[in-house]
Design a binder for this molecule. Structure first.
Ligand code: GRF
Length: 200
C-alpha cells in the first residue's frame, strides 16, 4: 500500500499542474489529499478548479499583506491549519521569504519549465527558444533560499523542434511537468526522497 499525505498547493494562475494532481488522486494514481489551495491572485483559474472539487481554497493578496514577512506568516498559518505535510508550488509567482523557506525545508517543492540550472527565472521557455538550445524540459526541485535553485528531485527532457514557438513548446513541457510532479509527490510520501533530492 502506497503511503499518503496532505498537500498544500500554492498557485497564481491557470493551475494545470494542480488539475493533474486532482485527476491523479481521483484515478487513485496518486495516494494523497489536497488539503488546501492558496492563491495570491483572486482571479486565478486554479482556484476555480479547486472549488469545483470542493477542495478548500484561500486567497492571500499583497494588497492585504504588503509586508512580505506578514504575507508569508499568513500563508504558514493557513498551511498549518490545513495540517499539510508537503507544500507544492504550482505556478506560484511570488518569491517566498527566507524564514518561510527554512521552515518548510525538505517539504517545499517547485516545478520549473526548464532544465535547471539553465534558464531560471521568468520566461524560461522563451529563454530556451532564444538561446538556440536543442533540448529543454522541466525540473522538480526542493526550494531553498535562491530563485529556482535548491536540490533537484527530477527532470524531464523535451526536444526543441525547428517549428516550435513559445506556445507549442510550453504545451509539451507542461505535459512532462504534470507527470514529473506526480512522481515526485508520490516518492515524497513513500519516504523515498532525501532532503538532497535523491531517490526518485
Ligand atoms: C508551469 O510552467 C511551471 O513550471 C511554472 O508555472 C507554470 C504553472 O502552470 N512554475 P500551471 O498554472 O500549473 O498551468
Amino acid at each position: 500500500m502506497r503511503k499518503t499525505g496532505r498537500i498544500g498547493v500554492l498557485v497564481s494562475g491557470n493551475g494545470t499542474n494542480l488539475q493533474s494532481m486532482i485527476d491523479a488522486i481521483e484515478r487513485k494514481e496518486l495516494n494523497a489529499e489536497i488539503a488546501v489551495v492558496i492563491s495570491n491572485r483572486p482571479e486565478a483559474s486554479a482556484l476555480e478548479r479547486a472549488r469545483k472539487k470542493k477542495i478548500p481554497t484561500a486567497v492571500v493578496t499583497s494588497q492585504e499583506f504588503p509586508d512580505r514577512e506578514a504575507f508569508d506568516q499568513k500563508l504558514k498559518a493557513l498551511l498549518e491549519e490545513a495540517h499539510v505535510d508537503l507544500v507544492a508550488l504550482a505556478g506560484f509567482m511570488r518569491i517566498l521569504t527566507a524564514s518561510f523557506v527554512r521552515h518548510y525545508q525538505g517539504r517545499l517543492m517547485n516545478i520549473h519549465p526548464s532544465l535547471l540550472p539553465a534558464f531560471p527565472g521568468l520566461h524560461a521557455v522563451r529563454q530556451a527558444l532564444n538561446s538556440g538550445a536543442k533540448v529543454t524540459g522541466c525540473t522538480l526541485h526542493f526550494v531553498d533560499e535562491g530563485v529556482d535553485s535548491g536540490p533537484i528531485i527530477g527532470q524531464r527532457v523535451v526536444p526543441i523542434q525547428k517549428t516550435d514557438n513559445e506556445e507549442t513548446l510550453t504545451e509539451r513541457i507542461h505535459s512532462e511537468e504534470h507527470k514529473l510532479y506526480l512522481k515526485g509527490i508520490q516518492s515524497f510520501f513513500d519516504g523515498k526522497l532525501s532532503p538532497k533530492g535523491k531517490g526518485l
